[in-house]
Design a protein around this ligand. Structure first.
Ligand code: MGD
Ligand code: MGD
Ligand code: SF4
Ligand code: MO
Length: 686
């Protein structure tokens, strides 16, 4: 250590510390309350708040490293302008904010003069905050008259399934899982992606509950459950129908509940009777006895809870599979108990507490508003200009998302972003794969540097995030950037002058106690404990709606596409690596060191059939493309299914690509969502 560094370190430890309360911004159902320790002007520690019930003082490994991410030497801290061609290696030079804003406004004005719908925002849940999400951005794009983005990339199939069945994205309350006697953990690697639910499930387990995991992959969660059903990807709807068959023939139904609170039962009953345990088990690739036992356990345990998660709806039939599974607790009357029922998402409980007009739709007036699906951005950029599609997309403004890494069929996404005539602005913390293809990269603040309010999709508290430190370098919050862009475009509407604090208040309805939110850091929504004990679903009829729910098989599987399966016999799923959050944190070295390299897990039998050995480099391929990664011959994979853990930054992969090189752009049955886990591949030595 040199003298200067020693002096700095010494004085740093002398500086007084203070604690700031925040909220985790990431796309994770847990929405943890943060305890941020600041020393001088630097955040030295991010921990979970002990006082917040579901956080209970613990964070995941990733967000414990939030200071490492925030103070990362590669943080983008100045506006950058591209100086190389799009198909060349990216080169940028720093420019002033005023130059960047003026030039961006000039370009956007020229495009908007012809048709503002040629401009498209592209954003998702890099931060889930209501303020740094769409508040000011929405105003900007409404005022501009830009195309709108259909934000389908994660949860819209399941969301549509829940809405069709229960009338909204609502379900059980998180803490009551601790009181259940049986928990089905269905399409969820809770330990990796929903850690704070796992705490409650574990509490139930210690009190004698049985835990059953339903997942093609033998995850760390599956290992810790009493039982694991490794079904084939995309067969959950067939499993649900097989379970219903058993409930019917054994008369394990709550007839009274069904008669009062379920619509369309007769047709569903007819359908389920065709799904004998033998047929259902064969479709799912599991044992008949396993299925029978699961039905018995589910029918006989009380309270019986289901933690459904989004992993099972990233397939063609994802929306209907959610519908069928969501009907199970309606058939057994599990909803009568507060510890019974199902939770996929709690986000709908917040609907009455959020202001609908935060993004000021009136600024758009009666101008047309084309909707473009974010999950098919590759095709949207490459096949523009048809009469049906409308004007080609000529400008993209990306924030809170890394589409080049996370959107399906990357080869097309990359080619789209490489169009020389496309003007792309990316608001980012880092030079992601998407930022690499920008014309301008604008430095954004992290959660430690800005104000926000958060709702959750795994619990029912509203959280406040106070800024802990001033923005680093020349970084600006998303809201500030959109305010500045609005000014550069000459927009003078008063709503562009609203501060973040004003936006935070405007985001929430008056029924949220803002004083309590500021004082305590969170506000718990007042909600009934057993929401559907007496029916009262949010559907128009007030009943759970079974009408039309059916099993929709995968696009790509041995059963549904035999010719394709003869060439690409392995089903590939690509669930997240535990120490990354989608493509966030992949560049945080301590976390990447834990994950090592891009991995493909394969069962020993499939590896032997291909002469492949553990640890070797392989090429995973199908008609859409290929990527190279490291093979892990592993009991985590079942025969016939490989697990390509995601979502890596392409440029940190072995050949500059990731798993989305292989996924396709076809959409789910409901909700227009991508089918990341409905994908056939083969693997060879690479
Ligand atoms: N550590 C970590 N946590 C995360 C994320 C992350 O990237 N890393 N991402 C966050 C985000 S954006 C989301 S949406 C959630 C995602 O978390 P989840 O909603 O839990 O979804 P996934 O992680 O996609 O998949 C969960 C499990 O479903 C399994 N699965 C795959 N296909 C099927 C199927 O057809 N049927 C069934 N039954 N199971 C299947 C996968 O093997 C996986 O173990 O987690 C959030 N939390
Ligand atoms: N193959 C495969 N693909 C998948 C998935 C999968 O399981 N398999 N999962 C899918 C799912 S569930 C999802 S949700 C999507 C996720 O896709 P995205 O929502 O794009 O998520 P991230 O990859 O985490 O990228 C978020 C980016 O936002 C940036 N960011 C964070 N906070 C801020 C901020 O305050 N301001 C600005 N300007 N930027 C910020 C981060 O630095 C990061 O680069 O990926 C999908 N893609
Ligand atoms: S990513 Fe999830 S578990 Fe980790 S701190 Fe954030 S909300 Fe909590
Ligand atoms: Mo997601």
């Amino acid at each position: 250590m040199n003298v200067h560094a020693a002096a700095t370190a010494e004085s740093a430890t002398d500086l007084p510390t203070r604690v700031v309360h925040g909220a985790c911004p990431h796309d994770c159902p847990d929405t943890c309350a943060l305890r941020i320790t600041v020393q001088g002007e630097r955040v030295v520690k991010v921990q979970g708040r002990a006082e917040h019930p579901s956080t209970h003082g613990a964070l995941c490994t990733k967000v414990s490293r939030y200071p490492e991410r925030t103070y990362h030497p590669e943080r983008v801290l100045r506006p950058l302008k591209r100086v190389s061609a799009k198909h060349e290696a990216p080169r940028f030079e720093p420019v002033s904010w005023s130059e960047a804003l003026a030039d961006i406004a000039l370009r956007l004005r020229a495009i908007a003069a012809q048709d503002p719908q040629a401009i498209l925002p592209y954003s998702y849940a890099g931060t889930m905050g209501l303020v740094q999400g769409e508040a000011m951005a929405g105003r900007f794009f409404n005022r501009l008259g830009a195309s709108r983005l259909d934000r389908t990339i994660c949860a819209s199939a399941g969301g549509a399934g829940l809405a069709a069945t229960y009338g909204g994205k609502v379900g059980m309350h998180l803490p009551f899982f601790a009181e259940a006697k049986l928990i089905l953990i269905w399409g969820s690697n809770s330990i990796a992606s929903n850690l704070h639910f796992w705490t409650y499930a574990n509490q139930a387990k210690r009190q004698g509950a049985k835990l059953i995991c339903i997942d093609p992959r033998r995850t760390e969660t599956a290992e810790k459950c009493h039982q694991h059903l490794a079904l084939l990807p995309g067969t959950d709807g067939a499993l649900a129908l097989g379970l219903m068959h058993e409930l019917i023939v054994n008369d394990w139904l709550d007839h009274d509940y069904i008669a009062r609170h379920v619509e369309g039962w007769e047709a569903l009953r007819e359908q389920a009777l065709a799904w004998t345990p033998e047929r259902s088990a064969a479709e799912c690739g599991i044992g008949v006895d396993e299925l029978r036992q699961l039905a018995r356990d589910y029918a006989q345990a009380r309270p019986a809870a289901i933690r459904l998660n989004y992993g099972m709806q990233r397939v063609r039939g994802g929306g209907n599979a959610v519908r069928l599974i969501a009907l199970l607790p309606c058939l057994t009357g599990a909803w009568r108990d507060r510890a019974g029922g199902l939770l996929l998402s709690s986000s709908g409980w917040f609907a009455p507490y959020k202001k609908a007009d935060l993004e000021r739709p009136e600024l758009r007036g009666d101008r047309p508003s084309r909707l473009i699906n974010m999950s098919t951005i590759g095709d949207a950029l490459l096949h523009p200009g048809s009469a049906e599609f409308g004007p080609a997309v000529r400008a993209l403004i990306v924030y809170n998302s890394n589409p080049v890494a996370v959107a399906p069929e990357s080869a097309k996404v990359v080619r789209g972003f490489q169009r020389e005539d496309l003007f792309t602005v990316v608001l980012e913390h880092f030079m992601t794969d998407t930022a690499d293809l920008a014309d301008y990269v604008l430095p954004a603040t992290t959660q430690l540097e800005h104000l926000d309010v958060h709702t959750s999709y795994g619990h029912t508290d509203v959280l406040l995030n106070q800024p802990a430190v001033a923005p680093l370098g020349e970084a600006r919050s998303n809201t500030d950037i959109f305010r500045a862009l609005a000014a550069a475009m000459g927009y003078t509407d008063p709503c562009f002058a609203d501060s973040d604090a004003e936006l935070a208040r405007q985001a929430l309805a008056d029924t949220v106690d803002f004083a309590q939110l500021q004082e305590q850091g969170w506000f718990k929504l007042p909600l009934p404990e057993a929401p559907f004990a007496q029916g009262q679903y949010l559907t128009p009829s007030g009943k759970a709606d079974a009408r039309g729910a059916t099993y929709v098989p995968n696009y790509e599987s041995a059963a549904s596409s035999p010719e394709l399966a003869s060439r690409y016999p392995l089903a590939m799923i690509s669930p997240p690596a535990r120490n990354f959050l989608n493509s966030s944190f992949v560049n945080v070295k301590s976390l990447r060191d834990i994950e090592g390299e891009q991995l493909l897990e394969m069962h020993a039998q499939d590896a032997a059939a291909r002469g492949l050995a553990d640890g070797q480099v392989v090429r995973v391929f199908n008609d859409r493309g290929s990527y190279r990664c490291r093979l892990a011959v592993s009991a985590r994979a079942r025969p016939g299914v490989v697990n390509g853990l995601g979502v890596w930054w392409r440029k940190l992969g072995l050949d500059g690509r990731n798993v989305n090189e292989l996924t396709h752009q076809r959409l789910t049955d409901l909700g227009q969502a991508p089918c990341f886990y409905d994908c056939l591949v083969d693997v060879q030595a690479g």
